[in-house]
Design a protein around this ligand. Sequence first.
Ligand code: CUA
Length: 333
Amino acid sequence: MWTGFPLFPEQASTMAGRVDALYIALVALAAFFSVLIACLVVGFAIKFRRRSPGEIGVPIHGNFTLEAVWTAVPLVIVTVVFLWSAEIFFSMARVPPQAMEIYVVGKRWMWKAQHLSGQREINELHVPVGVPVKLVLTSEDVIHSFYVPAFRIKKDAVPGRYATMWFQATKPGRYHLFCAEYCGTKHSGMIGWVEVMEPAAFQTWLTGGGTGSLAAEGQKIFQSLGCVTCHRADSQGRGPRLEGLFGRAVTLADGEEVVADADYVRESIVTPAAKVVAGYQPVMPTYQGLVSEEGLMQLIAYIQSLQEPAKGAPPAVAPREPGAAARTGARQP
Ligand code: CUA
């Protein structure tokens, strides 16, 4: 009902309607109480005004019912508001497991995106309609913020760590993409477009041009840096095996258990001594500055693609493409 209202951007994601409903409810609630209080102030000022110069007011000694009501009513209201917004917050924070992954790097002053198939783009993001899309965000320099008003989503891109956000576009079209965190002189120029396409058109776009898949690019870096000399597939290396590592729990030298997610893999490449795996020596040199943020994402995609070979089968040579199923689109038969 509010889509034609000029104050609101278009609603183009599954989240948009829910965010707007909460927003409108909060504004209406605040407006209702503001008007109520203003009327009471004016009304009481008139009703209880001094009528003669010698008039003395009647003292009030409290009213239990009144106090109970004005405590209980706001409590109920804020509880409803809390539960309602928490519900939306959790749906935003929980990425659907089948979501299609895209890696995004913010940099003064542009947005660089890499698809798992190897397609790359700058200040543009092509996505299919009706498919949940997960963005893995980081920054090469300062804090930026990825903001698509039509989707009602915004997330900071912080250097040195990965943030994830997701959305599901509901209609094809072109939507504004902004940087929503002041990041320097050309912050206002750090803008772009999200292009939402029909799944078939998206597939065509995805296969046009581009080099190898993200994982294949990562494998190239892995080999050129000689990572494979220590991280061997046969457990004889000086570093831990990487097959089947991604997403698994890892026990560290100090007994702590961590999950090998994108942040863990990134940290292990950039500052290897931070988390040493139990049973291994801290011998790995740092690769800080030797691999770009995009290169790190490619390496992560490669490590993610390394699966434990099936029993009796020869070790896998070609990396499996992660998210290949998701990319084909949930809409495909
Ligand atoms: Cu990037 Cu503002």
